[in-house]
Design a protein around this ligand. Structure first.
Ligand code: ZN
Length: 68
């Protein structure tokens, strides 16, 4: 299953709040948030790097648990 990293923006729609992990083609993030379908995305290979910072703690913990 392919994971994606999706951006959550502040209400101004421009400033990054944090990144979340989404499983495959699911709509909700792993922590249960529904984000803008047009939000910025990156590959889960960016997980743990500066590119995906700050990162949602809940998504990070869940991702670690299901990734070898
Ligand atoms: Zn999250």
């Amino acid at each position: 299953m392919r994971h994606r990293i999706v951006a959550e923006k502040l209400p101004d729609g421009d400033t990054l709040k944090e990144w979340h992990m989404v499983r495959g083609d699911e709509q909700l993030t792993m922590c249960g948030r529904e984000l803008d379908p047009a939000a910025d995305e990156q590959s889960d290979e960016a997980w743990g790097t500066e590119t995906a910072h700050p990162f949602c703690h809940t998504c990070g913990a869940l991702y670690l648990r299901e990734t070898p």
